[in-house]
Write a protein that binds this ligand. Structure first.
Ligand code: PMP
Length: 457
């Protein structure tokens, strides 16, 4: 057993170090308290350990994953904006596309010729024929849910316990250890009628999934192919085949949300593992960190949508719409950057390199864990690696909860941060990108080794 006192002592030392080395960030944050609802422009920026977020400096830098804060500390970034920055910071092709299109016009409510290239590439890469753009993955998920309800006439959305799909009310629930439904992980209730509009089952629990779907009132299953928002949870062998069979048999649409699992390869987990979703969602990284997402649908799903919202002859003007907004969706700036990202940044070669780097990261973490006899493990989904504080690979959210140790997690995050390594603030997740180098990975692994040595059994 790890000594709680040892973790608490380490945390106190690290907290003092953070305070000594982040004074300017602290002052900026205190100033922010007078005008930002959460002290910083977004509530997510409050998730970092240390008491206040570090403020990024406007310092010259080259493409990659390193940057400095306003106190002059330097960082290697494995958080990458929780995947929004998966192209790396300041990729020349992204910078060039942004500047070029901004000069013409960012948001014109008109397509540009980049649209043809991007549409064709989405078809080729992800294997679905019809696509649409939104401004965020949350928006894309909401659009898919709305379409699924429209074409099935059913009210409910089924999600897996521990999932996160953005600002999706239906998905803000999970199961507790007794199997009772509750709000997910600290989200406040807001009178949304989950009892009528949601269902939730544990990931990998096929019997529970079958019962939930056979009720016949579920419009769609919204799922990450491997869960990445609670601690990485991989699907058990055969899970996806059964999920697809059961959704088909019960007339339920299957939405696969690849916003994070795009780390699996250029075509996401879907292409890497031959999944056959009815709808496919990808956000965050797809436009190099410029707010954007895409969703694609199969030919059959498109046909059902057009039965409800007729497909128009080319010269007709559309009079009604599907009920989702997004004035900025598909704007010229995002389409220009998507073209740059898909053609020059998140390429097949880049994914090969990212995968190799993530394997190096995973090996480093596993070696330190073994060397110091710690009851932890490293889990990987392509370019994404997570350190879990449990010995057995989790099958579902309950297993992840059993291995949770908030004090230890906080100590790890702060220890890494104080030595210039950033990981996702929500749990122990790291992402490699085309700008990550083996020196960046080695930096993480050195610091992780020192942390593991501090806590050796
Ligand atoms: N889907 C998944 C799988 C996600 O992880 C997230 C965000 N973490 C979202 C959707 C929502 O993305 P956004 O906040 O950019 O809308």
């Amino acid at each position: 057993m790890l000594k709680h006192q040892r973790v608490a002592d380490l945390m106190a030392k690290e907290q003092a170090l953070y305070a000594r080395t982040h004074g300017r960030s602290r002052a900026l944050f205190e100033q922010g308290a007078s005008h930002w609802l959460y002290g910083a422009p977004s509530h997510w920026m409050r998730r970092w350990i240390g008491g206040w977020p570090l403020y990024v400096a406007d310092a010259p830098r080259t493409y990659g994953v390193r940057f400095a804060d306003v106190d002059g500390n330097e960082f290697v970034d494995f958080c990458l904006g929780d995947t929004g920055g998966m192209c790396g910071h300041g990729h020349p092709a992204v910078v060039e596309a942004l500047a070029r299109q901004a000069r013409v016009g960012s948001s014109l409510m008109l397509p540009t010729d980049d649209a043809a290239w991007v549409g064709t590439e989405l078809q080729r890469r992800f294997g679905l024929p019809y696509w649409s753009l939104t401004t965020s993955a949350s928006d894309a998920n909401r659009a898919c849910i709305r379409l699924a309800r429209m074409i099935t006439g059913r009210p409910r959305v089924l999600v897996f316990s521990g999932a996160y799909h953005g600002s999706i009310e239906e998905a803000h629930i999970e199961l507790d250890d007794e199997g009772q439904v509750r709000m997910r992980n600290g989200i406040h209730p807001n009178a949304f009628p989950h009892d009528r509009l949601s269902r939730v089952v544990e990931f990998n629990d096929l019997p529970a999934l079958e019962v939930a779907l056979r009720a016949g009132d579920v419009a769609c299953v919204l799922a990450e192919p491997a869960m990445t928002n609670y601690g990485i949870i991989k699907p058990q062998p055969g899970f996806h085949d059964e999920l697809r069979r059961l959704t088909r048999e019960t007339g339920t649409l299957l939405i696969i949300d690849e916003t994070h699992t795009i780390s699996s390869g250029p075509g996401g987990y879907t292409q890497a593992h031959g999944l056959k979703p009815d709808m496919f969602v990808l956000g965050k990284a797809v436009a190099g960190g410029i707010p954007a997402a895409v969703f694609g649908v199969t030919q059959a799903t498109a046909g059902r949508i057009w039965e409800v919202l007729p497909k128009l002859p080319p010269t007709a003007r559309q009079s009604a719409h599907a009920g989702f907004g997004g004035t900025l969706a598909g704007n010229a700036l995002t389409v220009a950057v998507m073209r740059a990202v898909l053609s020059e940044v998140l390429t097949d070669d880049a994914f090969e390199r990212m995968d190799a780097l993530a394997q190096r990261l995973e090996r480093g973490v596993a070696d330190s864990i073994n060397r110091h006899g710690l009851p932890w493990q490293a889990v990987r989904v392509g370019a994404r690696v997570e350190t879990l504080f449990c010995v057995d690979e989790p099958r579902d959210a309950r297993d992840v909860r059993k291995g949770r140790d908030h004090a230890l997690e906080a100590a790890l995050h702060l220890y890494l941060m104080n030595r210039g390594v950033l990981i996702t603030p929500f749990h122990n997740m790291m992402l490699c990108c085309p700008g990550t180098t083996s020196a960046d990975v080695d930096r993480h692994n050195e610091v992780f080794e020192a942390f593991a040595a501090e806590l050796r059994q």
